[in-house]
Ligand binder design. Structure first.
Ligand SMILES: C[S@@+](CC[C@H](N)C(=O)[O-])C[C@H]1O[C@@H](n2cnc3c(N)ncnc32)[C@H](O)[C@@H]1O
Length: 206
């Protein structure tokens, strides 16, 4: 099964599954790092069923949510219809937004699913207006192979120094990659392993 098919299939259950993987603290830290202001426009990339989008809408922002999964976007539309939200089907390598069009870009637990992280980061940075902020929250390097097999992860997390270097390579300034002070947890299907992986928070300014 492809990663794309996996997320199509789990979309109706993703909100419940996600609750067991990580807490709302991660999105609170991401919004705080960006210093979001009500009325501004944010993009949520690899938005899934709207975990970060929900917090952005609650903070009074307008949101464009992008995901490759139509099923995920349909779940999100059902939850947040009538709010200032636009859902767009799109992929990491060719995001369906104009350059320099948004104030913030967020991506939570998206980067470890993409084929080429540097390409994805370059594409996310392209969307930012001058002064706009990119905030990525994702897994630190780990050794839990079952996450690749059972959750279709492509990357076994990232070294923070690599993420920092990628932010700088795409021209972002004021780059910081620190601890989000939360973990992503998952049990293997056979129950013999439990992954507890720390989450980094990367921030840079266009
Ligand atoms: C682990 S989920 C995270 C969803 C959401 N950000 C959250 O925190 O709950 C990863 C999401 O990224 C999407 N995704 C994975 N690879 C992608 C790609 N190459 N382009 C666009 N979306 C992708 C999946 O469809 C899925 O909804």
């Amino acid at each position: 099964m492809s990663s794309q098919q996996y997320f199509e299939d789990v979309a109706p259950q993703w909100d419940t599954m996600r609750t067991s993987f990580f807490s709302t603290a991660v999105r609170e830290r991401a919004l705080a790092a960006a210093g979001v202001s009500a009325g501004k426009l944010a993009a949520d990339i690899g938005a899934g069923s709207g975990f970060v989008t929900e917090a952005l809408l609650n903070a009074g922002l307008r949101v464009i949510a992008v995901d490759q999964s139509q099923a995920m976007l349909e779940v999100m539309q059902q939850k947040f219809g009538g709010q200032p939200l636009t859902c767009r089907l799109g992929t990491a390598e060719a995001l369906p937004l104009d350059s320099a069009s948004v104030d913030y870009v967020f991506a939570n637990m998206f980067l470890h699913h993409v084929e080429n992280p540097l390409t994805a980061i370059r594409e996310m940075a392209r969307l930012l207006k001058p002064g706009g902020k990119l905030v990525i929250t994702d897994l630190d390097s780990h050794t839990f192979e079952f996450l690749r097999e059972e959750h279709h992860d492509r990357w076994m997390g990232f070294a923070r120094a690599d993420v920092s270097g990628w932010f700088e390579q795409v021209g972002l300034s004021g780059v910081s990659v620190g601890d989000a002070e939360c973990q992503c947890c998952a049990d293997s299907a056979c129950g013999s392993q439990r992954a507890e992986v720390t989450i980094f928070l990367a921030c840079g300014v266009k």
